[in-house]
Design a protein around this ligand. Structure first.
Ligand code: ATP
Length: 444
């Protein structure tokens, strides 16, 4: 982990937030390469959820959330972690994360600590007009259910997908970007007919597992864990977590919950009109019935919900961890390489002029860069250090799959040298073919 954290900072993936003022715990900033990696992961999720299917719609809802939403979702009362004070060192810990050196007699009894951040809305700060920063993106999906049903032609089963920030005042943020106070989630709420929920739950677990494998996470580093008893969230009938062997241990990457009819039921008025099976929270504030007509029976039903909820930051950490390698080369030297799957690489290609100060070579390199950039496959850069070996090493270390060198032969014969990050093989090709070569490479 330490080596990875150092590389992330050195190469511009991830920085500690507010570092020049000593840092703010549990917050990180994504630098020039981190933002590309994160966007690529999010876009891959979005494409697989929204574009490649016809039964899922997208949403981008507000972060600031009406307190009634989080009251009726149960978060005001139950979104807590057990907090323990250590009387000797004065620090606070989550009860399952007490350091070994703390002795039992120095610890207080656990008490509930609500993880939601509150903020004041509007110009008056008297505590009466506050909103929450959402602790999960899901609630905005539920409260927009009727809007989306009314404005699209979806019928059951169908889903709503959203990617966005969530905030939790974690008692002990730690392990780099694994447990932070501000993070992003990729959440799908998939609405199904009651009775078909268990079958859909299984389907989504399989589908999400396959998706992570396609992001370069090997199957043997993943375990499925069934959450039981007291560990289940207040809304869940059953939850299966996708656990990944992070550098610090086996921990949750994504949770797939069967949230039943709890959320839509709790946010609805006239709850008695429906055959709601879960123990909903009584609602006198909502003005909507979050139900949909069953096309077969013509009855209005509150659907069940299957929710695959993945953390973007935990995904980025897992992808970085799998890609990170220190390889021994045949000549005895070592190289650090990030072997990302091609579609996730922050930089898709670096165009490297052989001579830093040769105008013709540099101009040619810029022209090639612009041609490749127009393919819209992701970021392409010029790497004009004048030192080919150093440029290759740098781009191995940031996971750029292709380096394209422009030299005197490019000017004389029209050829460029393409070097592959993984095989380190170099191909000389005609520059007229470079766009096709590049596009085909990322189609594979
Ligand atoms: P944990 O048990 O690790 O605290 P959780 O069960 O509370 O996680 P969920 O409420 O299921 O997490 O949230 C869905 C996903 O959001 C998680 O699988 C994780 O990837 C991500 N996530 C949750 N909390 C954090 C956090 N503090 N920092 C980064 N990602 C998080």
């Amino acid at each position: 982990m330490d080596e990875l954290v150092a590389l992330c900072k050195r190469r511009g993936f991830i920085y500690q937030s507010s570092e020049i003022y000593g840092g703010l715990q549990g917050l990180y900033d994504y630098g020039p390469l981190g933002v590309e990696l994160k966007n690529n992961l999010k876009m891959t999720w979005w494409v697989s959820m929204v574009y490649e299917r016809d039964d899922i719609e997208g949403l981008d809802a507000s972060i600031l959330t009406h307190s009634d939403v989080l009251k009726h979702s149960g978060h005001e009362d139950t979104f807590t972690d057990p907090l323990i004070d250590c009387k000797s060192c004065g620090l606070r810990f989550r009860s399952d994360q007490i350091p070994e050196q703390c002795k039992d007699e120095e610890l207080t009894e656990p008490r509930d600590f609500n993880l939601m951040f509150k903020t004041n809305v509007g110009p008056i700060d008297d505590g009466s007009s506050f909103a929450y920063l959402r602790p999960e993106t899901a609630q905005q999906i539920f409260i927009n259910f009727k809007n989306i049903v009314d404005s699209t032609s979806q019928s059951l089963p169908f889903g709503i997908a959203q990617i966005g920030k969530a905030f939790r005042n974690e008692i002990t943020p730690r392990n780099f970007i694994f447990r932070v106070r501000e993070f992003e989630q990729m959440e799908l709420e998939f609405f199904v007919k009651p009775g078909t929920d268990e079958e859909w739950h299984k389907k989504w677990v399989d589908s999400r597992l396959e998706w992570w494998i396609n992001q370069g996470i090997p199957k043997n580093k993943i375990e499925l864990q069934t959450i039981e008893g007291n560990e289940l969230s207040h809304y869940s009938k059953s939850t299966i977590d996708i656990m990944y062997k992070f550098p610090h241990g086996l921990e949750e990457l994504e949770g797939i919950a069967n949230r039943t009819d709890f959320d839509l039921g709790s946010h609805s008025k006239n709850q008695n009109e429906f055959n709601i099976t879960s123990k909903v929270i009584e609602n006198k504030a909502s003005n909507a019935k979050l139900a949909i007509q069953d096309l077969d029976s013509k009855e209005w039903v509150i659907p069940y919900v299957i929710e695959p909820s993945a953390g973007v930051d935990r995904g980025v950490l897992a992808v970085l961890n799998e890609a990170f390698n220190i390889e021994k080369l045949p000549d005895g030297k070592e190289r650090t390489v990030l072997s990302f799957p091609r579609h996730l690489s922050p930089i898709k290609a670096a165009v490297v002029p052989l001579k830093k100060n040769n105008n013709d070579i540099v101009e040619k390199a810029k022209e090639i860069k612009n041609r490749l950039q127009k393919c819209q496959l992701g970021r392409v850069v010029i790497e004009n250090t004048g030192n080919i070996g150093k440029s290759y090493r740098k781009h191995d270390e940031v996971g750029t799959p292709l380096c394209i060198t422009v030299d005197f032969d490019t000017l004389d014969k029209g050829t460029v040298t393409v070097r592959d990050r993984d095989t380190m093989k170099q191909d000389v090709i005609d520059q007229s073919k470079i766009v096709d070569y590049f596009s085909n490479y990322f189609k594979q």
